[in-house]
Structures are given as C-alpha cells and as structure tokens.
Write a protein that binds this ligand. Sequence first.
Ligand SMILES: Nc1ncnc2c1ncn2[C@@H]1O[C@H](COP(=O)(O)OP(=O)(O)O)[C@@H](O)[C@H]1O
Ligand SMILES: [Mg+2]
Length: 320
Amino acid sequence: MNTVNKKLEYFENQLDPQRPEQSAMPCKVLGYGEITTVLDLGEKDRAFKRMPMFINEEEITNYKHIFHLYNEILTEKIGVKVAQSDLITLASSKYNNLVIYIAQEKFPSHAIGNKCLQRITKESTPEFIRLLLEQIYKVYKFNEENKGHLELGLDAQISNWAIILPGHSEEVSSFADASVFYIDTSSPLIRKNDEELCNAELFLRSAPSFLVWILRKFFLKDVLNRYYNVRLIMIDLIANVFKEQRTDLISTIISEVNHFCLEKNIFTEDQQINFSEVKSYYREDALIWRLYLMFRRVDRFLHRLSFRRYPYILPAHIKR
Ligand SMILES: Nc1ncnc2c1ncn2[C@@H]1O[C@H](COP(=O)(O)OP(=O)(O)O)[C@@H](O)[C@H]1O
Ligand SMILES: [Mg+2]
C-alpha cells in the first residue's frame, strides 16, 4: 500500500464527519458537492473527494468502470479536458461500507469557476461565458450525433469548472488562451441505448431514508434528465449568477447564451432564455436544496438517536 492510501485509511478511521476539520488529522474542506465532499489533506497537488456510499465490491467495480469510461469519452471523443483523477477504495469498518476517494489534481481556489465569476468584469464576461458554452457545445454535438446510442450528461454549473490562465495568472480581465477543465466527474452520467449506465441508486444513498422512495419514484429521473437537456444545462449555468450574487452580469450572460445558441443552432428564436425563467428556476432550485439539506440534517439526528453512525459530511450552511 503506498503512502497516500495509508494516509487516506488513517484519515477515514479517525474522521468525525460532523466536524471534519476538527478531526485528529487536520484537513480542510475545499467544497461541498452534491455527491462528494472535497478535502485538502495536505497533499500539494491532490484534492480528495470522499464517497462513502458503496455497499459491495460489485458496486465499486461498476462505478470505477463507468467513471473511467466517462472521463475517457469526455477527453478523447468529445475534447473536453477533465481534471486528472485516480480512484482509491477503502473498507470502512466504522460504517460497514466501502469508501471511494477520488484523488484529483488540485486547482487553486481562484481558478474554480464560481470564484472567477465573483471577480470578472462586465467587459470580460462574454469571453468568460463563451469558454464554458464551447465546452457544453462539444458535449451537445456529441450527443446529437450519437442520439439514442451513447449520450453523456453534464452538470455544467459554474463551480464544476476550473479555468487556468497562462502563467496561472489570477487576472480576470482577459480569458485569451485559457484552459478549461471539468472537475465534477464524480457523477459519470452515460446513457447507452437510452439506459443509464451508472447505478442511479448510488445518488440516493446519501438521501434521508425517509425520503428515498419519494425521490426514486418522483424525482430521480427528472433530475438526471436535466443533465442531458442542453437548454436546461444552460439555464442552470445562468442561475449560478444569482447564487454568486453577480446579478449585475445577468443580462450580459443571458444575451451571450442566446446569441451562442442561435449561432450554433442549438435552439430557435422562440426557445430563447429569458430573465424571469431563470429567476424562477433559481428560486425553486435554491428552495429544493435548502429543504434537502434540512432533511439530511434530520436524518443525521435520527441516526444519532438510534445510535447509528452517520457517514456523510454535511455543509454547515449553503449560501444560495
Ligand atoms: N480538483 C479540485 N481542486 C480544487 N477544488 C476542488 C476540486 N474539485 C472540487 N473542488 C471544490 O469542491 C467543490 C465541489 O466539487 P465537485 O467536484 O463539484 O463535487 P461533486 O462531484 O460532489 O458535485 C467545487 O466547486 C470546488 O470548489
Ligand atoms: Mg459539483
């Protein structure tokens, strides 16, 4: 076992998911995703995404296979750069589960899309947004060409991208020669012959047990469909502008998206996206995530009441 694996094993065994940063082995939470918690464990070039939801080896093998396939198709067939990742599996005696850590190349905080969005100027906004639209377009084109046989889902929200400028500059006045990396590869959404390859139950594992059947029956398919629908992907991306409190940029961004989509024949004049549509989408989305987090906290509390360990790390609060 190499030193990183040993370190992860030690970390996992001593981790208190309720207070990860106060565990005996220090760590820093870099971000809370929908599926993973992203940790800095003091390795210079690596961020670690913790996924404690696997129950047997078969699930691990399948997940690894689909994860690698998703990364490979994105990079080699579609031409979207992804953050380089290795998957490390551990057995957790504490939760009687298997845990995957995605050891991913670490990007500086200023390079993560939402941090860029917070700092960009109005002048550089069209260039910035276009960088992301071009990546979405590559996936869209691939999906159109392979419709019904092989399609990839993409969660293009702004915090799922890293933007690296020449010389690793923190400047945001120009994005010429920027490299864009997709970092949220933990949900490898691939549809082969219209069937989701990844076991969608995995996405429900961290949901409160008292909600699972409702989510499975009424929401899961819709949520997954969202990532295959280019118009909804665009709306979701624009809604991030509210989340990052840059409403001053919203009209510039909406017109850039519409312009791009018309130019590339992604949609027609009457399908253009408008302000009120994005705003109501954002409101609903923010409410759903707030409620969902609240239910997860209730679930954690119920675990404690019944002396069961709760394996997930929950954010203290989410600003949306
Ligand atoms: N490789 C990385 N380097 C630095 N920070 C990262 C990296 N990956 C993720 N993060 C941080 O963690 C957040 C959530 O990560 P993400 O990959 O979107 O998780 P999830 O797959 O659960 O949605 C990101 O928005 C970012 O702030
Ligand atoms: Mg994410």
